[in-house]
Every structure is written in C-alpha cells, then in structure tokens.
Design a protein around this ligand. Structure first.
Ligand code: AHR
Length: 554
C-alpha cells in the first residue's frame, strides 16, 4: 500500500451523472424546505481576529503553475506586467490576497535561490524536482527550471497583487548559511552588503522586507526524511542566527502531515531541550492536509484511494467533504499538543497546504501535472475549509490553498492566452470580506444530511459556516452540503437588529458544474438584497451551495 508520505519519499528517492436529483435548476430543486434550520450569531462572544493571512496562496514551481500559469515572459504576446500574466494580476487584486508562498512544496528543498537572481540570460537551467513525474510531452520549462522566475520576479508579483511574500527555504540540500544569505539578499539595505547591491543592480533598490520564512517543507518526507527530533535540531541550528535588518522575522517550522501527532510532540520536545526561550524562534508550525482518499475506507493506498475530479456520485461528494472536514479536528488536536509544551501558545498553526487531490486525468491542459478542474464540489469544500479557519482565529495564523493556478485546488486555470476563474476562485472573492474581522461564536442548528454509503446509512452535518464583525457590518458565510435539499433557515443576531443586507450565493443545478476556457461563467456567484429586517430574517440556502450574507446591524 502506498501512502502519501511514502509517495513523496519515493518521488524523492526515485528521483527521484449528473445527479438524477439535481437535473433541474436549483430553484426547482427546493423539494424540502427543512424546518429546524437556525443560525444564531453571538456578537457578545468574540473568538479573536481573523488573520487576513488565512486567505493565503501557494505557488510552487511545479509543472504549469509558474511557467504558463503565472509567468509568460516580458516578450510574450499574452498581456503581461513585467512578464507576469496580466489577467491573473487583475483577478487577484479583487480577492485581497494576503500572502503567497513560494517556491514549494517539495520543490523548495531542491531549489538554490542563487540560481534565480542576477541577469536573466545568465541564470542556469536546473532539473525540476517534479521532472520524473512529468509526461514526455511536457514543455521543457516544466522539466528543467529555466530560472526566469526567481526571487525578484516573485516579490514583484506579490507587490503587484498587494500581497506579502512567504519564502520556503531549502533545508534538505543547502547549508544554513544560504538561508541567511537569502534573507540578506532580500532584506539588507542597498549599499550595505554585496547581495543588497546585486538586488539593486537588478532594479530593486528597496529591500523586499520579507517577513515570512519557511524552514524547509514536509521535512518528514520530501524535505529530508527527518525524524521530528532530527528536524528540531536542524531548525534550532538554522534559526540560531540570521540577520534581521529590523524586521520581525517569522520562522515557520515544517509541521505534521495530517494527524501525525508524534511529529508535533517530538519536534517541540526536542526544541525545548535547549530551554523554553527556544519557543521565541518559532512563529508557526506548518500543517498539511489534503483530502484525497475517496475509497470510503477500502484502502489507504495513495494511488488507488483517489477519486475523479469531474466524474463523481453524491457519495463521492460527501466523502470529499468528510475528508476535508477532518481539518477541524486536526487543528484542535495539534493545538492541544502544542499547548502542553508551549503553555502560552506563542506558536500558531500555519496550514500552508490544503485542498482536494484527485487522480490524474482531469487536467484542463493535459501536460500540466497535478492540475485538476475544480467543480462546485471544490467550491463547497473550500468554503467549508475557510469557515473552519475562521472559527479558530486564535490558533490559525496563516493558511495557503494548494495551489493558486493550474494545480490541485486552483483558483485560476490558464494556458497560453486562455484563462478562467474557477468556482474556488469565486469562493475566495466572496470570503475576502472576513479578513481582519472579529470572529463570532455562531450556533448552526440543522438536521443532518443522510445518504447511502455502501449500503449503510451515513450522516453529514446540515449547515455550517462562520461569522465575523467589522464595526456594524456582519459577514456570515454558510455552506449547505446537501446535494438536493434547500435549507430555509431562520437567522438571528443575538442582541442586535438587522437593518439591511445582501446575500451572495454560489451554486448550480449540476454538482459537477465547472468553468472552462470555453465557458468561463458556468459557475458564478449571484448577489441579491435580503428581505426581512429586525431581530431575525429567513434565508433559503440552495442545495450544494456556498453563501455569504453581508448584514448591517442596528
Ligand atoms: O502541493 C503539491 C505537493 O504536495 C507539495 O509539493 C508538497 O509539499 C505536498 O506533498
């Protein structure tokens, strides 16, 4: 049986129906206006401020993500800004992207940052970490990194979209010295160091002031196959001294794979052997969780357990959501262990890779490895996941959807001059209003969804979401996971009256619906005013939907 952990290790070593019940438009599918659906928002019970960084992204130099997806080159006929695809920049500006992680993923631990700086025509070509898995017809730039998109280009991309860079350093194959040299290159003032002057010579006189630094990636697997104890020793060594240039640097340790509690505990115990002061050097612990196993318990095999991105039944829909819903238990479980060792909870969780992962075959561009076409199912999954993060603002400091474009849970798909926003991209646009809001405890009461899971009745929650307050503006996001039943729901804001509001909903009559280069607007959010004022309002959440209610409170 192959597990993901083994897959990633092997990669490294191997060096490398349409739903019968959903045929009708959703308005006609309101067959069960359930009673007993109620949402109560509690403004007097704030949970903490929702970090804007929960709405972060991940761009790995992996197949079509950078070359073709983000970077088209300055001489391209495709509209671009300094080589970056203009349509991507324009779309991203709409979603308030807080932070972007680069250059990996597994790629990070084979990347030498020095290859990606200096005159572009002098930069070397290197074998990409993912080369072995590329199809023979994949473009050369996917197999052999041309290094045209390096640190300068990435930071400029971040500035263009109004985002902060988060760089992941190579712990597996570079010495610690290169970590602090990279920081020096990025953050030292022009005129102070040779590397600062090299940056300035490339046209970047102002320091990049990069704050977020990942110390390796998946160090339990492709990032070095360390034990948690071994990695802790490396982490301490790497972070013992780096130049700070008056920056509040935030070091993110490679954290657990899913429910590897032993990693969290083992890492922290080992770090603490040198005293409690060591905790000050850790801003966050990265947690990775992909929803990939749709086998309903039949296998743990990383290849056999996966489902299809586009062809699925209702049971696969619920199975994906169940897998993704594990995120909440992972957050609370790792948080509890962290608290046993870090009593003041100085260290936060950074969920810097999350999303569904399907088997190959669902690519928009067949040569793009790990590309899948996100459907309405992935939009609902993404809304559910962002709601989980919103409900734990004191624990989750950052999260990065894997990945931004042309890979896994993409917000965008692009190839040559073709581009589209996926349903996942629309969810990010809808949820952007939660950023920096005060997360409020909210009680969701709704009968569970019941469905057939291999001849046995199975259940999934009926309605869930999150709420945030910004002065008198309340943002309430709600997921209805039921593939066929709408939920007529009473919404109450305790101790406040609702003055006015609007509802934006993303859904479709077909749970497989998705956008494509040819049909870009199959799944798009619709906004309308909400009716009902005063202490309560009633809203009907369509089946298979993500909704955002923006309400002005009196
Ligand atoms: O996102 C794809 C890969 O998944 C990343 O490179 C790695 O960190 C994870 O296993």
């Amino acid at each position: 049986m192959i597990q993901r952990r083994d897959f990633l290790r092997n990669t490294l070593l191997g060096a490398g129906a349409l739903l019968a019940s959903r045929c009708a438009p959703f308005a006609a599918a309101f067959d069960t206006a359930d009673s007993g659906n109620r949402i109560e928002v509690l403004p007097d019970e704030p949970l903490g401020t929702i970090s804007a960084n929960i709405y972060g992204h991940f761009t790995e130099n992996l197949s079509g993500v950078v070359y073709d997806g983000m970077w088209v080159g300055e001489n391209s006929k495709i509209p671009n800004i300094h080589g970056v695809r203009k349509e991507l920049v324009d779309e991203m500006r709409k979603i308030k992207p807080s932070v972007v992680r680069f250059p990996g993923g597994c790629f990070a631990d084979s990347y030498d940052w020095r290859d990606g700086v200096g005159p572009t025509d002098k930069r070397p070509r290197r074998t990409n970490f993912w080369e072995d898995e590329e199809s023979p017809s994949a473009p050369a730039s996917h197999r052999y990194d041309p290094n045209q998109f390096g640190t300068n280009e990435f930071v400029r991309f971040c500035k263009l979209i109004g985002s902060e860079p988060y760089l992941a350093a190579n712990v597996r194959s570079l010495p610690a010295e290169e970590f602090y040299r990279w920081i020096e290159y990025c953050n030292s003032p022009t005129g102070s160091t040779t590397l600062a002057d090299m940056r300035a010579a490339a046209g970047f006189a102002d320091p990049f002031n990069v704050r977020y630094w990942g110390v390796g990636n998946e160090s339990w697997g492709c990032g070095g196959n360390f034990t948690p104890q071994e990695y802790a020793v490396e982490f301490r060594r790497w972070t013992t001294w780096v130049p700070r240039f008056h920056q509040d640097l935030a070091f993110i340790a490679s954290g657990p794979n899913v429910d590897d509690w032993n990693w969290t505990r083992g890492f922290l115990e080992e770090v603490l052997k040198k005293g409690r002061g060591q905790l000050r050097s850790i801003y966050g612990m990265a947690l990775h969780h992909y929803a990939w196993n749709l086998s309903r318990g039949a296998t743990q095999d990383w290849v056999k357990g996966k489902g299809d991105a586009l062809k699925f039944d209702p049971v696969d829909w619920y199975e994906l959501l169940r897998e993704g819903d594990r995120m909440e238990g992972l957050i609370t479980g790792h948080w509890q262990i962290m608290g046993e060792l870090d009593h003041e909870h100085r260290i936060k969780l950074v969920v810097d890779e999350w999303g569904p992962w399907y088997r190959p075959g669902g690519e928009a561009t067949p040569t793009n490895q790990l590309e899948q076409i996100p459907t309405l199912r992935d939009a609902v999954f993404s809304g559910m996941t962002l709601d989980i993060f919103n409900r734990h603002p004191e624990k989750v400091a950052m999260a990065n959807c894997a990945q931004l474009i042309n890979c896994l849970n993409s917000l965008y798909l692009a190839h040559e001059d073709k581009f589209c926003v996926t349903p996942v991209g629309h969810v990010f646009a809808m949820y952007a209003d939660h950023q920096n809001g005060q997360s409020l405890r909210t009680i969701f009461s709704a009968p569970e969804v019941t469905y057939d899971r291999d001849g046995k009745p199975a259940r999934f929650w009926g309605l869930k979401g999150s709420a945030s307050l910004h002065d008198r503006q309340l943002v309430l996001s709600v997921v209805n996971p039921d593939v066929s039943a709408a939920r007529e729901t009473e919404i109450v804001v305790r101790g406040a009256s609702i003055q006015s509001g609007s509802a934006t909903t993303l859904t479709h009559s077909d749970i497989h619906a998705h956008n494509s280069f040819e049909q870009r607007n199959v799944v798009t959010p619709q906004t309308k005013p909400v009716e009902g004022k005063g202490r309560a309002l009633t809203y009907t959440f369509p089946p298979a939907s993500v909704s955002k209610l923006a309400l002005t409170l009196g």
